[in-house]
Design a protein around this ligand. Structure first.
Ligand SMILES: Nc1ncnc2c1ncn2[C@@H]1O[C@H](COP(=O)(O)OP(=O)(O)OP(=O)(O)O)[C@@H](O)[C@H]1O
Length: 359
């Protein structure tokens, strides 16, 4: 990464017919960075990518790549002159062409052979050059689609949920592999997805999309631990929300005083991720007594839901925690303690109460 903005999107507005989809979207992707746009199905992620690629037009705003204007609602650079690669969900390979011909499609004849060889090497498909798409597995097909998109040396690569059709194990393997391949190639890329694990493991920067705009863009670590509001907290994973009062850089909560991630002057809501709650055999004044209501074994840990016994205004009706230690059966009483830091959210107490725990 160079820290220079590669792609700059400012106040982008777009619609399908009369329905507004993007409503003032800002996004910056540094040169050489892997960015991820995370948002629920139908929020406009594909529309955003299609505008950047040149397949759909902006109504207002500006899209520039390395300072070159691509679309401002009046002037548009045609898709084929943008030097942007696009990998759709299904790969969209040409079925009648071999792997090599798919990758080499549209490349200048002079260096086609050499470039196809480099790309096959990059995506680990040496030896499959003469196969046709129907002779490949889903994962191999997506690798060919990636190689085809990278072959013309695009300035930007757009990936529209390219792993969605694959099974869970292959998905994890391939996205790790693709992220490594893109880093090796020094590519600038945007992946859109509604899969939080994909976003967390793939990107340098995650931009959370809601209501047609980006509501927070940050590193995966910052977004997970320091989301701006309850909605963003939940977009990144499960969260326990507690009422709190600030006192001397601490949040005073039902679990006692917990250090805050950042200063706040107001009574409000703090977030604790499920791994910040622990079962304890030594009850202390800062423990919360609760009853186990549900437990899910997930191989590496257990996801446990419990209901606090002293329900009051400071505690939600339900807490969630993850533990590698098998919890007692449903119905048992447990004691929970919390480990800071607690993160204050810009969330109204009333709306936080209205929201249930969970993603
Ligand atoms: N060609 C189109 N004509 C009319 N409306 C469309 C068209 N394409 C998308 N839409 C609508 O625009 C909105 C945004 O769609 P878009 O495909 O950009 O969302 P998305 O976040 O990519 O969804 P998904 O994750 O399900 O692919 C949706 O309400 C969708 O129904």
């Amino acid at each position: 990464m160079t820290g220079q903005p590669g792609l700059l999107i400012e106040q982008l507005e777009a619609a399908h017919g009369r329905s507004p989809v993007l409503t003032g979207l800002d996004l910056t992707v540094d040169d050489g960075a892997l960015a991820c746009v995370l948002g629920p199905s139908g929020c406009g992620k594909s529309t955003l990518l299609r505008i950047v690629a040149g397949f759909h037009h902006a109504a207002r705003g500006r899209v520039t790549l390395h300072g070159r204007l691509l679309d401002d609602g009046r002037t548009r650079v045609p898709a084929e002159r943008r030097r942007i690669g696009y990998v759709p969900q299904d790969g969209a390979l040409f079925p009648h062409l071999t792997v090599a011909a798919n990758i080499g499609f549209g490349l200048p004849r002079a260096d086609r052979r050499e470039r196809v060889g480099e790309m096959l090497d990059l995506v680990g498909l040496e030896g499959l050059a003469d196969r046709h798409p129907h002779q490949l597995s889903g994962g191999q097909q997506q690798r060919v689609a990636l190689a085809r998109a990278l072959a013309p040396r695009p300035q930007l690569l757009l990936l529209d949920e390219p792993f969605a059709a694959l099974d869970a194990a292959l998905r994890t393997e391939l996205r790790t592999e693709v992220a490594a391949t893109l880093r090796r190639a020094g590519a600038t890329a945007i992946l859109v997805t509604h899969d939080v694990d994909e976003a967390l493991t793939f990107a340098d920067t995650i931009a959370v999309m809601r209501d047609g705009r980006i509501v927070q863009a940050d590193s995966p670590n910052t977004l997970y631990h320091r989301p701006a509001d309850a909605g963003i907290a939940r977009a990144l994973g499960e969260a326990n929300l507690l009422r709190s009062k600030p006192a001397d850089r601490h949040a005073i909560t039902a679990f006692g005083p917990l250090p805050l991630t950042t200063g706040t002057e107001q009574d409000g809501v703090v977030m604790l991720r499920p791994h910040q709650l622990r079962m304890t055999d030594e009850p202390s004044p800062h423990c919360v007594r609760a009853r186990v209501t549900a437990c899910l074994f997930r191989g590496h840990d257990h996801r446990v839901e419990c209901a606090p016994e002293e329900v009051g205004p400071d505690l939600p009706e339900r807490l969630v925690f993850y533990t590698p230690v098998p919890p007692p059966p449903v119905g048992s009483q447990i004691h929970l303690r919390a480990e800071g830091p607690a993160h204050p959210l810009h969330t109204e107490i009333a709306s936080a109460e209205a929201e249930a725990v969970g993603s």
